[in-house]
Design a protein around this ligand. Structure first.
Ligand SMILES: NC(=O)c1ccc[n+]([C@@H]2O[C@H](COP(=O)([O-])OP(=O)(O)OC[C@H]3O[C@@H](n4cnc5c(N)ncnc54)[C@H](O)[C@@H]3O)[C@@H](O)[C@H]2O)c1
Length: 378
C-alpha cells in the first residue's frame, strides 16, 4: 500500500479542480510509492468550500490559509490562488516545513520569486511550479527529440498564445471572477498569464534567453472595478509581442493577446533546426508535426505523429495505442512525477528556481516594453 502524502490546497477554482482531479486519479494509473490524500481545501466562502470538498473528496476545510499551513497533518501545500497570494502563502508554508506545489507564474515579479526560492531552499522542502505543458506527451516527446540532437543546430523558436475573451469594453476588472484583469492581483496581463507558459516551454526545449525586446498594449484603458464599483485605470497588458535571443544563438518570436477574435486558447509553438523542424498546437495536443530534411527527397514532407503509442512519454500508463488523452492528464503526470520525486528525494521540474527564470524573462519583457529598448534578462 502506497504511503499517504497529505495535501492541503488553497483555492478551489479552475486550477483547484484540475489538481483535485489529478490527485484523485493518479494512483489508478501510475505506480507510486506515495498516494495523495485530500486532507483539506481552503477558501473564503465556507458554503461553496464545503460543496467543493464534498464533490472532490476533501476530508476537511479551512477558511484561512494561515491555519492550513500550520496544520501538523498536512505534508504539502498546493497554491491555486490568484498570483498576488503565491508569495505570502509559499513563504509561510516553507517556514512550516511543508512541501509546496505552486501555480504559475511563480510570483508577481522576480524579486518576490527569488525570496520564495530562498525560503524553500533554506527549508529544504520539495517544490514545484505547475507549468503543466511540459507534461503534454507530445511536448515531452519534442524535448526528447531535441535533446538527442535530432534537429541539429537550432535557428528559430516561435510561440503564440491567443485568446479573445476581454474584447468587450463592458467587462469589469477585479474581484473573484476577473482578477486576471486587475494588475494588483495578477501582476501583469497576458505576459504573466499566457506568455509565461510559452516561455517555460521554450526555455525547457531550447535553453536560456539572453535578452528581449518587447511591445505591449492595453487596448481598453479603463474598466469598472468589481470591488470598488468605480471606473479605474487598467494596469495590465492586453497584448504582448517580443523578440529574443537564446543562449544557443537562436532567435525567438513570441506573441500573446486576449484580442484575437476567434481564438479561445490557441497555444502553438515551432522550432526550426538545421536538420528538422517541430510544430505543436494545443488544439491538437496529442499530435507533433515533424519535418526531417534527411528523408529521401521525393518523400520529404511534414509528418503528423499521433503521440499515443506505448513508447511515447507517459502513454503506456493510459489506454491502448491510438487512443488519445487530453489537457487534464498533464496535471496527473505532474502529480505522478512529484510523488516519484518525493519517494526518491529528487527535484521535480520546474522547481521554484527553474520557474524563476521564466519570471525574470517576464520582468525583462515588461521592462523592455516600457523602455522601448533591448533588455538583458536577469
Ligand atoms: N497551469 C495552468 O495552465 C493554469 C491555468 C489557469 C490558471 N493558472 C494559475 O492558477 C492560479 C489560479 O488560477 P485559477 O484560474 O484557478 O483562478 P480561479 O479564479 O478560478 O480560482 C482562484 C481561487 O483562489 C481563491 N482565493 C482567492 N483569494 C483567496 C484567499 N485570500 N484565500 C483563499 N483562497 C483564495 C478563490 O476563491 C478561488 O477559489 C493563478 O496563479 C493562475 O495563473 C494556471
Amino acid at each position: 500500500m502506497a504511503k499517504p502524502l497529505n495535501i492541503g490546497m488553497v483555492g478551489y477554482g479552475f486550477m483547484g479542480r484540475t489538481h483535485s482531479n489529478a490527485y484523485n486519479r493518479v494512483t489508478n494509473f501510475f505506480d507510486t510509492e506515495y498516494r495523495p490524500v485530500l486532507k483539506a481545501v481552503c477558501g473564503r466562502d465556507a458554503g461553496q468550500l464545503q460543496d467543493f470538498a464534498d464533490r472532490w473528496g476533501y476530508e476537511s476545510t479551512e477558511t484561512d490559509w494561515r491555519k492550513l499551513v500550520e496544520r501538523k497533518d498536512i505534508d504539502a501545500i498546493d497554491i491555486c490562488t490568484p498570483n498576488n497570494l503565491h508569495y505570502e502563502i509559499a513563504i509561510a508554508a516553507a517556514a512550516h516545513g511543508k512541501m509546496i506545489l505552486c501555480e504559475k507564474p511563480l510570483a508577481m515579479n522576480a524579486e518576490e520569486g527569488e525570496r520564495m526560492c530562498q525560503a524553500v531552499e533554506k527549508a529544504g522542502v520539495m517544490n514545484t511550479v505547475w507549468y503543466n505543458y511540459r507534461r503534454v506527451p507530445a511536448i515531452t516527446f519534442a524535448k526528447q527529440l531535441i535533446d538527442s540532437g535530432n534537429l541539429g543546430r537550432i535557428f528559430h523558436y516561435r510561440a503564440n498564445f491567443l485568446q479573445d475573451w476581454t474584447i468587450s469594453a463592458d467587462l469589469p476588472q477585479g474581484g473573484t471572477a476577473l482578477w486576471r484583469l486587475d494588475a494588483a492581483a495578477a501582476g501583469s496581463g497576458v505576459t504573466g498569464d499566457l506568455l509565461a507558459h510559452c516561455i517555460d516551454t521554450a526555455i525547457w526545449l531550447n535553453g536560456s534567453v539572453q535578452n528581449v525586446t518587447a511591445m505591449t498594449e492595453t487596448f481598453i484603458k479603463e474598466r469598472k472595478h468589481t470591488l470598488t464599483g468605480k471606473i479605474e485605470k487598467v494596469g495590465i497588458d492586453d497584448a504582448c509581442a517580443f523578440l529574443c535571443r537564446f543562449e544557443n544563438g537562436s532567435l525567438g518570436l513570441f506573441e500573446s493577446t486576449r484580442y484575437a477574435r476567434g481564438h479561445k486558447a490557441l497555444y502553438t509553438l515551432e522550432i526550426n533546426g538545421e536538420h528538422a523542424s517541430i510544430k505543436w498546437d494545443l488544439h491538437d495536443l496529442h499530435r507533433l508535426q515533424w519535418f526531417d530534411h534527411r528523408d529521401e527527397g521525393n518523400l520529404r514532407g511534414w509528418r503528423s505523429i499521433h503521440v499515443t503509442d506505448g513508447d511515447h512519454p507517459y502513454m503506456n500508463k493510459w489506454w491502448v495505442p491510438g487512443l488519445q488523452i487530453g489537457y487534464e492528464h498533464t496535471f496527473v503526470h505532474h502529480v505522478a512525477d512529484f510523488l516519484t520525486g518525493v519517494a526518491q528525494g529528487t527535484p521535480v521540474s520546474p522547481t521554484f528556481r527553474q520557474a524563476l527564470e521564466t519570471q525574470k524573462i517576464c520582468d525583462a519583457v515588461l521592462k523592455s516594453a516600457k523602455l522601448g529598448s533591448w533588455t538583458q534578462v536577469g
